[in-house]
Design a binder for this molecule. Structure first.
Ligand SMILES: [Zn+2]
Length: 322
């Protein structure tokens, strides 16, 4: 049975984290290999199109409404260790969207912070509590509360758009992205990490794919796609030239490793603007994915353009199975 018969459009299914509770611990939204297997069976193997084929069919207008492809974001080692063997078992080739700053030796703060949140707190709400009490001390309690009140409508919009987030998730993301911004957020997180005594050096190279693993995915028929160089949370706020630099650096590094042209992209956090679409076009990208199943911004329809293909978060499909 096709899991989403009511859809009248093809789309991707989006994955991030996997756990085995040995090498890769359970964290917010992570799934294990058994769940991935169930999900593939639920979608139906025959509805899942291999990445290269999906791209080819897209270009020749041969995708059907029941077709989906599997996509893995953020170049995570847990995908290589846990998801890849299942993909092999079903002989499925997927898209892997890779950002490259960590290959240049930069600490992967996104994953370090995530690990910290899920390892040093009993559950995510304890982390949110610590986070909010810290920023309320640092920036004045009233100021934070007023900021959230003032943007009540915008937060409700986010909740509608990202139904898989709880209200606490939304508030956290809202403060992180709209109030703090990337630099101040990093300082806050490093404050909390220091307070709990976590040693950052011990986490280097723990979370993301190395060159050998990226090449191995490519050599076994998976498609490696762009995801920017540093994965900014709000890519759409970057100036044209900064956006261009992000994608060109990302592309250059991947093409050097793989010795082939990179033709696909997933927007980091689904974030892009008109400039981004121009840039992607000018550097020869042929297919790009969003991270939602609805229209937003200036879109006239779902799968509005070659760089605005819909994706369903795996968690929403998992919920339908249980
Ligand atoms: Zn991402």
């Amino acid at each position: 049975m096709y899991f989403n018969r009511k859809n009248s459009f093809y789309h991707g299914v989006m994955f991030h984290h996997f756990h085995d509770n040995k090498k890769h611990l359970k964290s917010q939204g992570s799934i294990n290999k058994a769940t991935l297997e169930k999900l593939i069976n639920y979608i139906g193997r025959k509805n899942i199109i291999d990445a290269a084929d999906f791209l080819k069919r897209f270009r020749t207008n041969k995708l059907k409404k029941n077709h989906v492809c599997l996509t893995f974001d953020d170049s995570l080692k847990c995908q290589f260790d846990i998801a890849k063997p299942i993909l092999d078992k079903f002989n499925i080739k997927a898209f892997f969207f890779v950002y490259t700053a960590c290959l240049k030796g930069e600490p992967n703060y996104i994953e370090i912070f995530r690990y910290f949140r899920s390892t040093f707190y009993k559950n995510i709400n304890f982390f949110y509590k610590d986070f909010f009490s810290h920023i309320k001390k640092k920036y004045n309690k009233i100021k934070i509360e007023n900021f959230l009140d003032k943007h009540h409508n915008e937060r409700s919009e986010w909740k509608k758009k990202f139904t898989y987030y709880s209200y606490q998730d939304i508030n956290f993301r809202f403060i992180r992205d709209k109030f703090l911004g990337e630099k101040k957020y990093k300082i806050i997180m490093l404050d909390l990490i220091k307070k709990k005594g976590l040693n950052l050096n011990s986490l280097k190279n723990k979370f993301t794919l190395n060159k050998r693993e990226i090449l191995s995915l490519h050599n076994s028929g998976h498609l490696i796609g762009l995801h920017t160089h540093t994965h900014p949370f709000q890519f759409n706020n970057l100036k044209y030239l900064d956006q261009r630099k992000e994608y060109l650096t990302n592309k250059k590094i991947l093409e050097k490793i793989l010795k082939t042209k990179i033709l696909s992209v997933a927007h980091p956090c689904g974030s892009y603007n008109k400039d981004t679409l121009k840039i992607l076009n000018s550097i020869g990208v042929q297919l790009g994915f969003k991270q939602i199943m609805t229209k937003d911004g200036s879109m006239k329809k779902i799968n509005n353009s070659k760089f605005e293909i819909a994706r369903e978060d795996h968690s929403k499909i998992v919920k339908k199975i249980k």
